[in-house]
Design a protein around this ligand. Structure first.
Ligand SMILES: Nc1ncnc2c1ncn2[C@@H]1O[C@H](COP(=O)(O)OP(=O)(O)O)[C@@H](O)[C@H]1O
Ligand SMILES: [Mg+2]
Length: 402
């Protein structure tokens, strides 16, 4: 995977950016609030069609452009994948509805042909590492689901589709639950939605079981190296609807992941549907669907200790680094190519040893873009001969080499 050229129009604080991207490493240098993160955000958007922090897509459109009745922000990239040249164009559009209300939508073209959004995800592949991504370990379950979904979606169209259909069914089913709660009626109407929900839900659960296991294997190996054999890293999947029924008295002192690899799709589907049926009265009472992949969680365990609850700052940092490196390897296994690696000011967060570990991995031959406010954070041996972009107020200055 090779990003060749990037151009931004009215994207965040860039009125216009046009840049050829070097094959290996690019260092993006600039003071705070100049647009460094925005460049990485744009590139990551190409892969996921989703921003990692904007609430709404239309926030990505440049403020000044955004005042117009019809405002358009644009990300265009030329890239090479599987030996072929491709182009992807994303148009972020903000327009007024007939009632004068702002509405956002987007259009995606791949090699000049318009695609449905979900088909466009994962044509381009990237792994992004932001300092605030420690929230994946320490934050709410929603952060971990989002992390998994963005990663898996990049390599599986069927996962993206199942997820999107699942979410639609959830809102329709919840609407019916609320209606049954408020007005009463025949609860057997839920069967129609239960069937759809369990079908899509089982696909999602099965995929998450597989991917978490695959990631764990890769991550454990990397983590072993990064911690100089001091920590055994494990990932535990905690599905809200769990095909394994664990009797409560089986809680052990050491936290360990449960193996769910023996479950077939049909088993999960049937079990999930039966659970929905047996929860019916309670769910009508609550007016919402209480179990299923939309409530899933996962845990990161170092030497049997859950890091979300008990991890030290340093441990969490190292595990996050492991995770990102594991994502890169996993994606390479799935797609046959390295994703573009995007590292946003992560060096500042790491100590000397972790810094040099990370940079060792980064120079493995894949393409990487790193932002920083300070070139001195890098070992001079690392920066030697690398392209440095200087960004000031949404303008790319002279390209230089160190
Ligand atoms: N839609 C937008 N239009 C114009 N400017 C924006 C928009 N969204 C954010 N900004 C501004 O862009 C600047 C660059 O942000 P960012 O890329 O995070 O900078 P850096 O990573 O260099 O610190 C910030 O000053 C931010 O307020
Ligand atoms: Mg930034």
């Amino acid at each position: 995977m090779q990003l060749k050229h990037l151009s931004l129009t009215n994207f965040r604080n860039f009125a216009r950016l046009d840049a050829a991207i070097p094959d290996e490493t690019t260092l993006i240098l600039g003071r705070n609030a100049q647009g460094k993160t925005s460049i990485l955000e744009a590139i990551y958007y190409l892969a996921t069609l989703s921003s990692f922090h904007a609430e709404r897509d239309r926030e990505l459109i440049n403020f000044i452009e955004g005042r117009k009745p019809l405002a358009v922000g644009r990300i265009v990239a030329e890239y090479k994948k599987g030996g072929q040249d491709h182009q992807i164009e994303i148009r972020l559009i903000k327009e007024k509805t007939r009632n004068g209300i702002d509405r956002g939508r987007k259009e995606v073209l791949i090699d000049g042909v318009k695609k449905r959004n979900r088909e466009a995800i994962g044509n381009f592949n990237a792994v992004l590492f932001l300092p605030q991504m420690m929230q994946i370990i320490e934050g709410s379950p929603g952060e971990r689901r989002r992390f998994l979904d963005l990663l898996i979606s990049q390599t599986s169209l069927s996962y993206t589709e199942n997820l999107s259909e699942y979410n639609k069914v959830i809102s329709q089913r919840n609407a019916l639950l609320r209606q049954l709660n408020e007005k009463g009626g025949d609860s057997a109407q839920l069967a129609f939605w239960d069937e759809r929900l369990s079908k899509r839900g089982a696909e999602i659960i099965l995929k998450r079981i597989q991917v978490i296991q695959e990631l764990e294997q890769i991550a454990a190996r990397i983590h072993h190296e990064l911690t100089r054999s001091n920590e055994v890293l494990r990932f535990a999947y905690d599905p809200a609807y769990d095909p394994v029924s664990t009797p409560e008295n089986q809680m052990s002192l050491m936290d360990a992941p449960t193996d769910r690899s023996m479950f077939a799709l049909a088993q999960i589907e049937t079990g999930f549907r039966e659970r929905l049926e047996s929860n019916r009265q309670e769910e009508i009472f609550r007016g919402q669907t209480s179990t299923g992949p939309h409530r899933d969680d996962m845990r990161f365990l170092a030497n049997g200790i859950s890091l979300g609850t008990f991890g030290s700052r340093g441990q969490v940092r190292t595990v996050m680094m492991t995770m990102k490196l594991a994502e890169v390897v996993w994606m390479k296994e799935k797609t046959g190519e390295y994703p573009v690696l995007l590292l946003d000011e992560v060096l500042a967060e790491l100590d000397e040893i972790r810094r040099s570990d990370l940079l060792k991995y980064v120079t493995n031959g894949q393409q990487a873009l790193l932002t920083t406010t300070d070139l001195n954070l890098f070992d001079p041996k690392f920066t030697e001969g690398k392209k440095v972009w200087r960004i000031e107020d949404g303008v790319l200055g002279d390209n230089t080499e160190t």
